[in-house]
Design a protein around this ligand. Sequence first.
Ligand code: KG4
Length: 338
Amino acid sequence: MSVIILGIESSCDDTSAAVIADGLLRSNVIAGQKVHEAYGGVVPELASRAHQQNIVPVVSEAIRQAGIDKKDISAIAYTRGPGLLGSLLVGTSFAKGLAIGLDIPLVDVNHLHAHVLSHFIKNEETDKVPEFPFLCLLISGGNSQIILVKSMEEMEILGKTIDDAAGEAFDKCAKVMGLPYPGGPHIDRYAAEGNPEAFTFSKPHIPDLDYSFSGLKTSFLYTIRDKVKENPDFIKENIADLCASLQKTIIDILLNKLQKAIKQTGVRHVAIGGGVSANSGVRKAVEELCRKMNVTPWIPQRSFTTDNAAMVAIAGYYKYLNKEFSDLALPPFARVTI
Ligand code: KG4
């Protein structure tokens, strides 16, 4: 009999549902939330309300696209955390209600595990996947971590940010330039036309494999403040060069520690994940680094970089095979590590 997992993701501002059948992706439906754009960041209460509106149509559409019936589902995998508590509550409550209604098991999934395991989403049986142990550079709006992935379940954080995440650096600097939220994709687009050597911003001196991005944000802010005093049109006239230089600095910071981690661990496979791994410059730079160091890069499809339920469903699929079911009484967790 087939193992069919319905995945549900609602940790931040994307409502998503996906179906994985016998390890292969059958559907992945994502509803974003435009409502936050006007506020320059995610407003938690508005996110929860939008999840409530979206969750039924998104789940129905994922089931329809997969060509299955609700009764075919073997288990429901849902994101337990980390994330916004109100948002998590919507997905968690919905998953519990549907599991009770269908009388099938529930599987709770750690959102960060799911990002790492997104590399195991397959469309075809023959699709290749990373070999254990591998490194995953997990870079999103809330995390910047270098993770040693030893197996589907065993993951060790080798380094993490001590302040802002890489995504926050993109978003906060974008805000300084008056770009809409989330700023990362806008910076990516402008950077393609700019000179990455035009401006220099400060880089952190943090020991071991940890990251820091708050100094860069301040250095960027001060540069802009001083230049705008001299020329009010400075940002408009230099936007491409500013974006290219900022993006290059973020990439240099990320790759410096990644390179160290590859040397220290001696792994042969290196993956990236999280929203910032959609960045064109990051993707190219990681591929180049891997080529130089003779290791295999794993660059995810762009649709699997930002929050999606396909990664939750695949993480849930492997937990289901191990019979790791969850109790209906489990509450969601806003903060939880890998
Ligand atoms: O993983 P994700 O969808 O959400 C959470 O952090 O929960 O990541 C969102 C982050 C945002 O900071 C956004 O600006 C960034 O990913 N991002 C990008 C790009 N696309 C998304 N940053 C740089 N370049 C991109 N192309």
